[in-house]
Design a protein. Structure first.
Length: 38
């Protein structure tokens, strides 16, 4: 990649904990953008 590096994070979470608010969203996403990505 032309001498550049990329770093990423992969995680597994509980869907229930995400839906019930135990795991907090770290950013606001627009609902219309979420629809076609989920």
């Amino acid at each position: 990649m032309d001498g550049r590096a990329q770093v990423g994070i992969v995680a597994c979470i509980s869907v229930d904990e995400s839906l019930n608010g135990t795991i907090k969203k770290h950013e606001y996403t627009r609902p219309e953008k979420e629809i076609d990505r989920t």
